[in-house]
Design a protein around this ligand. Structure first.
Ligand SMILES: C[S@@+](CC[C@H](N)C(=O)[O-])C[C@H]1O[C@@H](n2cnc3c(N)ncnc32)[C@H](O)[C@@H]1O
Length: 196
């Protein structure tokens, strides 16, 4: 049997879902830090169920409208809290230790203005907030795009921060396709240590 290239190797977006769905429980509070067109928000909303809540952030109103439409069409509108805010300010909306999963998909809104992209400084600031918001045993995923200069710089900074989390006892991994013309998108995942 041949491995079909539509699923092997898995895209970082699909792999993130596969890994995180094992962690999310019905009723959880979770975060989509970069709502975009709402694909990850939809995945999260399906996993947390009716009693759960997905907080989704984006700096573009266009992205939040697209996410709202997608979630309404799926019948999940009541499970989401959309915020037109930068992800560095997540802690204004959520309490420490209350979140089981946070997802980031960096870069720009597909089909939107490519100049309005995530930026290294605010991404790193948001990561510091996530470290506090996650509950013990909770997890975060970040998809980075090192195929262009600013994306490579941002990816290196994120990877550096994730490496330091590993030194602090977090379980951290990095997945990336090899042999591509330009560096392929990479997925970083980390789970927070259980309270000792
Ligand atoms: C690659 S898209 C996300 C795709 C999305 N997860 C999906 O499933 O469709 C990246 C998004 O991050 C948003 N973004 C950029 N800077 C941001 C920030 N500081 N805070 C929150 N969102 C931001 C962009 O507007 C864009 O919509």
């Amino acid at each position: 049997m041949n491995a079909d290239e539509s699923f092997f190797p898995p895209r970082p977006t699909a792999l993130a879902h596969e890994l995180l769905e094992k962690i999310i429980r019905l009723g959880d509070t979770v975060v989509d830090a970069t709502a975009g067109n709402g694909h990850d928000t939809l995945f999260l909303a399906a996993k947390v169920g009716e009693a759960g809540r997905v907080w989704a952030f984006d700096v573009r109103e266009e992205a939040l409208r697209a996410t709202a439409r997608r979630l309404e069409a799926a019948g999940f509108a009541a499970r989401i809290a959309l915020r037109h805010d930068s992800h560095e300010r997540m802690a204004d909306h959520l309490t420490e230790g209350s979140v089981s999963v946070v997802m980031f998909n960096l870069g720009y809104l597909p089909g939107g203005d490519h100049t309005e992209t995530t930026e290294k400084e605010s991404t790193l600031a948001a990561l510091e907030v996530v470290v506090r918001l996650l509950m013990p045993g909770g997890a975060l995923s970040i998809i980075c795009y090192p195929g262009h200069e600013a994306g490579a710089d941002e990816a290196a900074a994120v990877e550096g921060r994730m490496t330091r989390l590993a030194a602090d006892g977090w379980r951290v991994a990095r997945y990336q396709a090899l042999g591509t013309r330009r560096p392929a998108p990479l997925l970083l995942i980390a789970s927070k240590p259980q309270a000792s």
